[in-house]
Design a binder for this molecule. Sequence first.
Ligand SMILES: Cc1cc2nc3c(=O)[nH]c(=O)nc-3n(C[C@H](O)[C@H](O)[C@H](O)COP(=O)(O)OP(=O)(O)OC[C@H]3O[C@@H](n4cnc5c(N)ncnc54)[C@H](O)[C@@H]3O)c2cc1C
Length: 371
Amino acid sequence: MAKKLLLAGGGHAHMMVLASLRKFRDLGHLVTVIQPSPHHYYSGMGPGMLGQTYQPEEIRFATRQVVEKQGCAFILDKVARVEPAANRVILESGAAVAYDVVSFNIGSNVSGHIPVEKSETIFPVKPIERLQEAQQLILRLGAGKPLNVGIVGGGPSAVEIAGNIWGLAQKNGLQPVTITIFARTSIMKGFPDGVRSLAINSLNRRKIQIIEHCSVSKIEKDRIEIDSRQIYGLDVIFVAVGVRPSHVFRKSGMAIGPEGGLVVNRYLQSIDYPNVFGGGDCIYFQDSPLDKVGVYAVRENPVLLHNLMAALEGKEMREFDPGGEYLLIFNLGDGTGIFRKKRLLFNGRLAFFLKDSIDRRFMKKFQALER
Ligand SMILES: Cc1cc2nc3c(=O)[nH]c(=O)nc-3n(C[C@H](O)[C@H](O)[C@H](O)COP(=O)(O)OP(=O)(O)OC[C@H]3O[C@@H](n4cnc5c(N)ncnc54)[C@H](O)[C@@H]3O)c2cc1C
């Protein structure tokens, strides 16, 4: 019997499902995809887009086009909340969309306790698409005057953003651009010393300033306030203070993990609603909580594809195995990177070459569906 499959968000964990929509349709199922943008941006290449290594069209997937081409429905909107007992979601526009089976891949948002003014000069690192606007602003302002750019946060995103702003300034011969990272703890806290010192040396060599152990208490359009007293004037500000899952599940009264992610079992299935699934940053994997990295979202693809089909067709489901330690490569914005897997650690052009090849291959594979 025809059933309604709803995909909320076309993120990294839904790519294989999106590639296989025709199979669902051929079995008679009605598929609807909801996303606030016609495109999904690949976050791993976002800092590179900021630094002009990539054009926006190289790092995005034409979700709407791919969905409609396969005869399925696309709704340009955002899921605001779920009414799981009634099997429907409510969108920000107020519309209700019913489902028999739903899968969430709605990602995470930059979140912290710092009050951030809404401004055209302040850029949370997500959604990735806004990094295009940031790039244009830096190019416009930096053509005419020296610039002060601040990055609040001290993790890999902050390091990649800082490095790529440096790259952008170099490529475009901008007026001097002073780049400062404001980190609440040590920079790249939680990473091994080797990774940290490679990152710090790279930033130091390029005179990117690092202020560690400073507590930013307010972010306004042209300044940040530290420890509620010291003011730094800035022209452009990035907020990279870490991410938390979408608020949708908390607002819907569903079982959530400590940060608000949808609690899922080994089948990537909600623990209290068996027709609700999820993947990527928006879930809390009950067995062993996962880092918020795209790697896991990508690994979840085949399991979500299999289990959504199984849920619709009444077949057996497969378990998700998060796998072993994952590869991390950071893009430092000067054509070099830092490569780390298990005990193997190195930096330089080869590291970035590998990241670039892996990322481009991923994009090419899924962008091929657009044609
Ligand atoms: C600057 C930066 C660089 C990164 N680099 C790397 C890296 O190199 N390697 C790595 O492994 N990880 C990296 N990460 C982490 C990685 O971004 C995330 O783990 C990954 O994006 C998670 O994928 P996702 O599909 O769950 O979420 P997202 O990529 O955020 O995708 C969510 C999708 O859902 C849509 N959506 C959002 N809200 C709703 C809603 N309410 N309703 C419907 N649709 C919605 C969005 O438009 C988006 O298309 C980086 C993160 C950042 C911020």
